[in-house]
Design a protein around this ligand. Structure first.
Ligand SMILES: NC(=O)C1=CN([C@@H]2O[C@H](COP(=O)(O)OP(=O)(O)OC[C@H]3O[C@@H](n4cnc5c(N)ncnc54)[C@H](OP(=O)(O)O)[C@@H]3O)[C@@H](O)[C@H]2O)[C@@H](O)CC1
Ligand SMILES: [K+]
Length: 456
């Protein structure tokens, strides 16, 4: 697993359970269990703490190490602990502690050093005073046990431990060379936290780089609104609000003026322009919202799918005009509600069939409902939330636009679907909190940046 995945689980756990204190108890217990089973009783253990939850894990371990002679060593002061969980661990376990002026002596007198300076919250090579402390620990000759990851890892200047007790799974890049012997410990992150999308999934959104140029944050084309201009507008505005750079809408001559005058940020073209424009200059395309069911539209879609090599999101009328075979072999997600699912795949809209069909055709399916089901045929994820007002017209168009926006940022496509469904339902929740059931699709679209900005 990578650090983002671990942070994602952490955040989604907090969203569900309020905080991660119970996980910290399990993490501390796991470290203590390893140390007390590996080393002789009454060993002199020095737990060196930073200021985040990694320190909290270390402090918590002390409460399970009654058989050892334990000292808690802060590099700063207890009141510098930054998180609620770490402060609570300290307050509830009321240990005697030492500060930096006692460090040398404490290292010298110890037999085992528990390294709880940094975990996955590190954001670059350790700065002073931590880097000097890490040098001292590394040159101490004592047994070093790192909590979760060696502090400073994966950057240069990290702790070089004999053992690392890591939580949930090995993080990318961890080897016996960098971590010593690795002990993986399950700290009890429940299955629903892994399976349900939440704010933690927004951590996968790339932040725009300060020197980014136009197009780097995603370019999208929508093939939509040939019949219903509103659907194209909703999907395009939703995509735009995900922070992509360019949203092009290809539509009918009839709706060209309506859509182009709606939002100044959109580039609007007619579907005849598709013959001359290079569709492959888009990172993702969305086909379907507001299209209508004229048989000629099927040919337009089939032509585009043949020509286009990027990521395709197919929604609404595209799912009535096309069959799964048209999309086989493409990087593609479809976003049907139950009725569209049956039309498109020819089977009932059940979770089992969603998995089966996705596997068969190599397509990601987002089966929309009270709980959205997202599957690539091998994995299943869910998004719950929202409220009864989401039955209004336009929420499906908005979702398709959101997923297209995320896909255009080259986030892994199944994750893009998790993020899109999460933002959609969360926007509805925020609107409900503000306005009760009396909100509109425009209110929801306007909340997209609020949902995203809360977390990235
Ligand atoms: N995954 C899970 O579900 C669970 C995870 N858990 C545990 O939480 C750990 C993650 O905790 P965390 O996010 O609080 O961050 P953590 O690593 O303690 O350090 C952050 C501190 O370091 C600082 N800092 C950062 N970089 C720096 C630098 N280069 N040089 C100097 N300072 C630097 C930074 O300060 P800042 O830069 O923000 O001022 C901040 O104060 C995780 O590894 C695991 O042990 C468990 O409790 C249970 C559930
Ligand atoms: K550590």
């Amino acid at each position: 697993m990578d650090y983002i995945e671990a942070k994602r689980d952490d955040l989604n756990y907090s969203k569900t359970y309020g905080d991660t204190y119970n996980l910290m108890i399990n993490a501390g217990r796991a470290v203590a269990k390893f140390v007390s089973s590996k080393f002789k009783q009454h060993s002199k253990v020095l737990i060196v703490c930073g200021t985040g939850n990694n320190a909290g894990d270390g402090i918590m371990a002390s409460s399970f190490l009654n058989c050892m002679d334990v000292k808690i060593q802060f590099i700063k002061e207890p009141f510098d602990l930054k998180t609620y969980e770490a402060r609570r661990a300290f307050n509830e376990n009321n240990q005697k502690y030492f500060t930096i002026e006692d460090l040398d002596k404490n290292i010298q007198e110890s037999e085992i050093i528990i390294d709880a300076i940094f975990g996955i919250g590190i954001n670059g090579s350790p700065r002073e005073p931590y880097s000097s402390v890490i040098s001292k620990i590394n040159s101490s000759g004592k047994i070093i046990v790192s909590v979760d990851v060696p502090s400073g890892f994966p950057y240069p200047g990290s702790v070089k431990p004999d053992y690392t007790v890591t939580f949930t799974g090995i993080k990318d890049g961890m080897t016996s060379e960098t971590c010593g012997e690795i002990i993986v410990s399950d700290i009890g992150i429940p299955e629903n936290v892994i399976k349900y999308s939440g704010p933690g999934d927004l951590l996968y959104l790339p932040k725009p780089l300060p020197d980014s140029h136009k197009g780097m944050n995603g370019r999208i084309a929508l093939i939509s609104g040939f019949t219903y201009s509103g659907s194209a507008i909703i999907a395009a505005r939703a995509a735009y609000n995900t922070g992509v750079d360019l949203v092009r809408v290809y539509t009918s001559q009839n709706n060209y003026n309506i859509i182009s005058s709606y939002s100044a940020g959109l580039i609007v073209r007619t579907f005849n322009d598709l013959d001359n424009d290079d569709i492959n200059q888009n990172d993702a395309i969305l086909i379907g919202p507001g299209l209508g069911l004229s048989p000629g539209y099927r040919d337009i879609l089939i032509n585009i799918i043949k020509k286009y090599n990027g990521i395709i999101i197919a929604d609404a009328d595209a799912l009535k005009l096309l069959s799964p075979g048209h999309l086989e072999g493409k990087k593609c997600a479809v976003t049907p509600h139950a009725g569209e699912f049956k039309m498109f795949y020819g089977v009932d809209a059940t979770e089992e069939n969603a998995v089966k069909m996705s596997k068969k055709y190599g397509i990601i399916t987002v089966l929309k409902g009270k709980v959205d089901i997202i599957t690539d045929g091998d994995n299943i994820f869910y998004t719950s939330g929202g409220n009864a007002r989401m039955t209004m017209g336009g929420t499906g168009d908005m979702l398709a636009g959101l997923i297209a926006g995320m896909a255009a940022k080259h986030i892994n496509l199944i994750r893009a679907c998790m993020i899109g469904t999460y933002i959609n339902k969360e926007a509805a929740r925020i609107c409900y909190d503000d306005l009760g059931y009396y909100y509109s699709i425009d209110d929801m679209i306007n909340k997209i940046p609020y949902v995203i900005n809360n977390k990235i």
